[in-house]
Design a protein around this ligand. Sequence first.
Ligand SMILES: *[C@@H]1O[C@H](CO)[C@@H](O)[C@H](O)[C@H]1NC(C)=O
Ligand SMILES: *[C@@H]1O[C@H](CO)[C@@H](O)[C@H](O)[C@H]1NC(C)=O
Ligand SMILES: *[C@@H]1O[C@H](CO)[C@@H](O)[C@H](O)[C@H]1NC(C)=O
Ligand SMILES: *[C@@H]1O[C@H](CO)[C@@H](O)[C@H](O)[C@H]1NC(C)=O
Ligand SMILES: *[C@@H]1O[C@H](CO)[C@@H](O)[C@H](O)[C@H]1NC(C)=O
Ligand SMILES: *[C@@H]1O[C@H](CO)[C@@H](O)[C@H](O)[C@H]1NC(C)=O
Ligand SMILES: *[C@@H]1O[C@H](CO)[C@@H](O)[C@H](O)[C@H]1NC(C)=O
Length: 406
Amino acid sequence: MMKTTTTATITTTVFLFLLCFCAAPCKTEHCAGGNHSVKIKSLFQFGDSFADTGNALHLYPNSWVGKPPNGITIGKPTGRFSDGLVIFDYIAKALGLDSPTPYLDITGKSTRSNGANFAVGGVTALSGDTLMKRWNISLPFANSTLDVQLQWFRRYLLRTCRRRNNNKSCVSDLLESSLMSIEIGGNDYTLLLLKDEQDILAHKKNRTFISGPIEEAKKSMLPLVIHKITSALKRMMSDGATQVFVHGLYPYGCTPGYLTRFPAVFHNLTVDKLGCIKEANDFVKYHNHHLRQGLLELQEQNREVNIIYVDIYKIMRSLLTHASSLGFAKTNVTCCGAGGKYNYVYTVFCGDYRSGVRPCKQPGKYVFWDEFHLSQAASQQIAKRMIPKILKKPYPVVCPRALSYG
Ligand SMILES: *[C@@H]1O[C@H](CO)[C@@H](O)[C@H](O)[C@H]1NC(C)=O
Ligand SMILES: *[C@@H]1O[C@H](CO)[C@@H](O)[C@H](O)[C@H]1NC(C)=O
Ligand SMILES: *[C@@H]1O[C@H](CO)[C@@H](O)[C@H](O)[C@H]1NC(C)=O
Ligand SMILES: *[C@@H]1O[C@H](CO)[C@@H](O)[C@H](O)[C@H]1NC(C)=O
Ligand SMILES: *[C@@H]1O[C@H](CO)[C@@H](O)[C@H](O)[C@H]1NC(C)=O
Ligand SMILES: *[C@@H]1O[C@H](CO)[C@@H](O)[C@H](O)[C@H]1NC(C)=O
Ligand SMILES: *[C@@H]1O[C@H](CO)[C@@H](O)[C@H](O)[C@H]1NC(C)=O
């Protein structure tokens, strides 16, 4: 994408820039009258394919995600891993904003200030280096991991405020009226759990118990993933972010992707009453629990920041439980797939021109669009349950105690 030297220079510049400007009173200047509320004017999203609205497609213009039937419900493929919109779009809408542009599609001339979407399909929270050194895992897709997305964010601030003549309060004004949203980590775990998949499918290795890989994920990977997420939030807060939204991981064990690939790789899995893989979902719950703990600690240490956590696991389980009354006829098969029990054939992706995958006739009746990603209809339902928790209006800016800014 970019030469490393350029990146380094830009990062340093941005860093200095922020240092200078955050030495200005940042939030405190507004605090003379006590707590107040702000209107959210910008949305910044970090994450993976669940939130990507075009960055992966920008990096890989020939990727299947840019091909029909992706986007079929909204008329054309957009780079979203969906037949239509994703949760992020609905959150933007609820805030009264146009869906922010994918960061990589923002041109130098753009003057819009409704935020940016840094999420990239397929990325991990941990860096490619860490995954390789610790687990011999190579990134299957883009390497724009969370750290890279944070660098992009700083470049965005730099560019935007340069256009505003480096107005001293630009960064803090911008961040004070922004909502920062992160969803990431699912790919890290999936890559670890399915690490030997190829060998197992080729009968070069056997794996009977999932408990081993899950223990490995719990003990060695999870603390790093949680730390990566909370460190990212700390960086944003030290730059002046005041409103932060994090949702946990989905019940991956219910996805057609896991339902297809896990039984092929692990034997002796437990299926729960919703037809989901219990071991995978128990792990997701464990992750979400620890994520929430990490966020509570952060909130404790940063009382002037509003940290919103929403448990998407619970929301989605509830959606699956009440699927038929919500108009969903299919809860465990993909709409866009190439066959098999869950209408998903491993390595054949929706939009892959070689594969001849076909979409179902009524995507709105399916929870899952493809092997992992939600249909627009499911995204809308989930967003509907999430948004009231985000819109705890008015957005409080809780003024810091004098001591912390001394
Ligand atoms: C600001 O809000 C915090 C947390 O809700 C509260 O503890 C504090 O008393 C409030 N301060 C003022 C001046 O209202
Ligand atoms: C790392 O993975 C590669 C293939 O993905 C394999 O060829 C190599 O043997 C592995 N190395 C170790 C140390 O396991
Ligand atoms: C990311 O990938 C691109 C192209 O594949 C490469 O040029 C770049 O050096 C990589 N960046 C990192 C941080 O690994
Ligand atoms: C800086 O921006 C603020 C609000 O964005 C504006 O009120 C102020 O006039 C600007 N100051 C300068 C020097 O441009
Ligand atoms: C895996 O298990 C099968 C059946 O139990 C056995 O035939 C095969 O040799 C095993 N493969 C390896 C690599 O252990
Ligand atoms: C399957 O797992 C259960 C516990 O989860 C265990 O008691 C049982 O022995 C396992 N069966 C086989 C065939 O491995
Ligand atoms: C998939 O869901 C259907 C209900 O829509 C259910 O009847 C079926 O048992 C489920 N299949 C599996 C393998 O869980």
